[in-house]
Design a protein around this ligand. Structure first.
Ligand code: ARG
Length: 583
């Protein structure tokens, strides 16, 4: 494992040193380096420095240039405009850096200097309920963050905080006691069948609950039994949870995400902690009694009537709710699991809930300042711009949606590839269809809403996973056809503009991942990969590979192809998307 410094970092360092040499008082002045279309990089930092020192910016720029080291990394430096530096990297430096990346399995991406211990909480569906597009976003984004953080060397603990507790389970269990065969099934059934059965159970019990006051009373008593750990009640509750797990796992399997049963720690897991937690909060004065409930108040959280809206830790009837469970989870994650960073992938409508929960935990001394982050995401919209629903106004079943994506992908795969067997077509359709859904989600910045449009998602053109998968497959096919000629960097060669652009882009994977890790925004990786595939497409149009004029150029271009393929494969893998060898 050898980390390779990016060219942008080497240039940054050189210009910083030259700035400091030209103006000794500016030892830590930022050269403000960025990519530029005039040259490879432009540094704008001289302007501000000149202003602060009342110097002539162009003269100062010339002095900085004079202090740049004479080595073969920089091929050209030019002062332009009011005092910008235009910097061109040498072709040899580009190729040498890329060759070092190619040597390394991690493509020269360094591991995090100070690895964190993080909990990433994602997916969080509700037992006995269908998963919907909101859970899709949480699952897909959370899973990409897990893969990226693990690649960086952070310790990641996954948590699937499923909704498996609460008053509705009294209703479900009571109904099951009165209709004992509702969940019976043949072995070897699919996740979809499990879900339909749960859905039926849910609807049937809800109907009786709403119409029959005596059943309602029996259901209410059943909640008390459940909370008290009554064996028969617990057993039936477990049966419902297990049935849901069949369905969840079928969805996770189809979505190709990392979540397993070991990650599933639902709301119920904290049941025994709740009374202790409430007592602690009350003893420390963080929570106070208000109208019989145990509440936490905040100066800046007011309702529409101007009255404070509390976080309710325990209701007046003695029951604990959603907030108490979240507080207990924090206590466990920081206190027992020793996490230093807690990430929550939950939609933006729960922002206020998390703000109050985090602040309460902080006041109680359970959560260090700034350790927990709610990472909200926007809504998935239908083509009409409204939250995504079926034509009859129901929430869309996630399994149906994924099945449709795979169907659409099948059409693309069948059109693109001839001579594939039925099994291969099936496998690839899944990789393309699921990849399309994931990529559409991951390429939109987290906080934004997006329109769920399968036609666009499986398109071969534009910012789609299919375009990226296709670019990868095309490169792999060139490498297969190379017949004895192997990828090899030749730093003495002069590079064409499209080769330089591709090379400089290849060099930025590590910086991109740093950006993702800092802001928890996987779309930065998606847009990097799209940029890479685009740079490759231009290269491919302008630079013949196998028919390049000399054997060295063939090898050098094969080298660029190979590194591009490996970078695409790695990057897509970090997003949780497969890159088939052939499309
Ligand atoms: N189960 C909840 C839902 O489907 C989301 C849970 C979010 N996580 C949490 N720690 N509160 O809306």
């Amino acid at each position: 494992m050898a980390s390779v410094p990016a060219l942008s970092a080497s240039i940054q360092q050189r210009v910083s040193a030259a700035l400091a040499a030209a103006v000794p008082s500016a030892a830590d002045a930022d050269p403000l380096l960025r990519r530029s279309d005039r040259a490879d990089f432009q540094a704008n930092g001289v302007l501000g420095l000149a202003k602060r020192n009342k110097a002539n910016p162009r003269e100062l720029a010339a002095e900085v240039v004079a202090h740049l080291p004479e080595d073969d990394v920089l091929a050209g430096v030019e002062v332009s405009g009011p005092g910008f530096l235009n910097l061109t990297v040498s072709d040899a430096a580009i190729l040498r850096t890329l060759a070092a990346r190619a040597e390394d399995d991690r493509l020269g991406v360094p591991a995090a200097a100070d690895p964190r211990r993080m909990i990433i909480e994602y997916s969080q569906p509700n037992v006995a309920k269908e998963m919907h597009v909101g859970h899709l976003r949480s699952t897909v984004i959370g899973d990409a963050l897990v893969r990226i953080m693990e690649f960086r060397g952070e310790t990641v603990i996954r948590r699937n905080h499923v909704g498996d507790w609460g008053t509705q389970f009294g209703m479900l269990v009571q109904y099951l006691i009165e209709h004992p065969h509702e969940l019976d099934h043949e072995s070897g059934e699919t996740g979809g069948a499990a879900m339909s059965r749960l859905d039926r159970l849910y609807k049937a019990s809800r109907a009786v609950f709403d119409s029959d006051a005596e059943f309602k009373e029996r259901a209410r008593r059943r909640v008390v039994d459940l909370q008290a750990g009554d064996p028969e009640t617990t057993e039936l509750w477990q049966k419902i949870v297990d049935e849901s797990k069949i369905y969840f796992n079928a969805v996770y399997d189809r979505l190709d995400v990392l979540l397993t049963d070991d990650d599933l720690v639902g709301e119920s897991a904290y049941n025994d902690d709740l009374p202790v937690l409430a007592r602690e909060l009350e003893d420390s004065g963080v929570a106070v009694r208000s109208n019989g409930a145990l509440c936490v108040f905040f100066d800046d959280v007011l309702g529409p009537d101007g009255q404070p809206v509390p976080l309710i830790v325990r209701k007046a009837d003695g029951g604990f709710g959603y907030a108490a469970t979240d507080l207990a989870a924090i206590r466990n994650r920081v206190g027992v699991l020793k996490a230093d960073t807690l990430l929550y992938l939950v939609d933006s409508r729960q922002a206020l809930h998390f703000k109050m929960v985090f602040e309460t935990a902080r006041r109680a001394g359970w959560l260090p300042e700034g350790a927990a982050h709610h990472l909200p995401f926007g809504t998935v919209l239908g083509k009409d711009g409204k939250p995504f629903k079926t034509r009859s106004g129901e929430t869309v079943r996630l399994m149906d949606l994924l099945a449709e994506a795979v169907d659409r992908a099948r059409a693309v795969v069948e059109e693109k590839s001839s001579g594939l067997g039925a099994e291969e077509v099936g496998e690839r359709s899944v990789q393309v269809g699921i990849g399309a859904v994931k990529y559409a989600d991951l390429s939109t910045s987290r906080a934004r809403d997006y329109v769920f449009d399968l036609d666009r998602m499986v398109s071969l053109n534009g910012d789609t996973s299919v375009y990226l998968q296709y670019a990868y497959a095309r490169i792999r096919s060139i490498l297969r056809r190379a017949e004895g000629r192997t990828p090899k960097a030749h730093p003495q060669l002069e590079l064409a503009p499209a080769e330089r652009a591709l090379g400089l882009h290849l060099d930025e994977l590590a910086a991109t991942l740093d950006g993702v890790a800092e802001t928890y925004e996987p779309h930065k990786l998606a847009s990097y990969l799209y940029g890479l595939a685009s740079a490759y497409t231009t290269f491919y149009d302008q630079c013949p590979v196998l028919k390049a004029p000399t054997p060295e150029m063939v090898e050098n271009r094969l080298f660029l192809c190979d590194l591009t393929a490996r970078t695409l494969n790695r990057g897509m893998g970090l997003l949780g998307i497969r890159t088939p060898e052939q499309l």
